[in-house]
Design a protein around this ligand. Structure first.
Ligand SMILES: [Zn+2]
Length: 185
């Protein structure tokens, strides 16, 4: 039998099971230290507590995330994918916008592909300046309509026609794919 247990959860007593892995014992009680997969072997009377590996992010990793907020020259990006794999920890990175371009390279709600350029105790600085980085999905800032590629890499709103001069990544995806992605969330 296998269970997922939150940090500080009761696993068993030491009379019931011999614990293995990562745990605490308090008053004869086996307790998880972190979010863990707990597997009980009732025949051998052994319980194995394996912490779920939390993702880590290093400099040079390519992340995919959503721009959630812009404050002054900084944009905040909630990270969903790291090097193409779903990222399970909650983490937000920052893009220094005015270092990137004259005008805003994306808007709030854009999905962007970015590279990690600094990780200072978990505070991530991201860059979208490389050719393969930038906006991969976006909606119109004015009406919320779907944006599609227009002339010279600009994005045009399918509803109101306004043009957005974002920093567009080569893998920009039209809205059809965004809807699939949104249902995954
Ligand atoms: Zn529009």
């Amino acid at each position: 039998m296998e269970e997922l247990k939150a940090p500080g959860s009761h696993v068993a007593t030491i009379e019931e099971f011999e614990p293995r892995g990562d745990y605490l014992i308090r008053d004869g009680e086996i307790i998880t230290t972190t979010l863990s997969r707990v597997s009980y072997d009732r025949r051998e009377k052994v319980v194995t507590i394996t912490p779920l590996r939390r993702g880590s992010i290093k400099i040079g990793d390519v992340v995919m995330g959503k721009v959630v907020h812009v404050q002054g020259p900084f944009a905040f990006v909630d990270i969903y994918f790291v090097n193409g794999e779903r990222f399970h920890s909650e983490m937000t990175g920052m893009v220094y916008i005015s270092a990137e371009r004259g005008s805003a390279p994306f808007n709030v709600g854009s999905m962007v592909r970015a590279k990690v350029i600094l990780n200072n105790a978990g505070h991530l600085m991201l860059s979208i300046s490389d050719d393969d980085l930038g906006v991969v999905e976006a909606y119109c800032s004015y009406c919320g309509g779907p944006l599609t590629r227009s002339y010279r890499g600009a994005l045009r709103c399918q509803w109101c026609g306004k043009v957005h001069r974002f920093k567009v990544a080569p893998g920009f995806r039209p809205r059809r794919i965004m809807q699939e992605r949104v249902t995954l969330e």
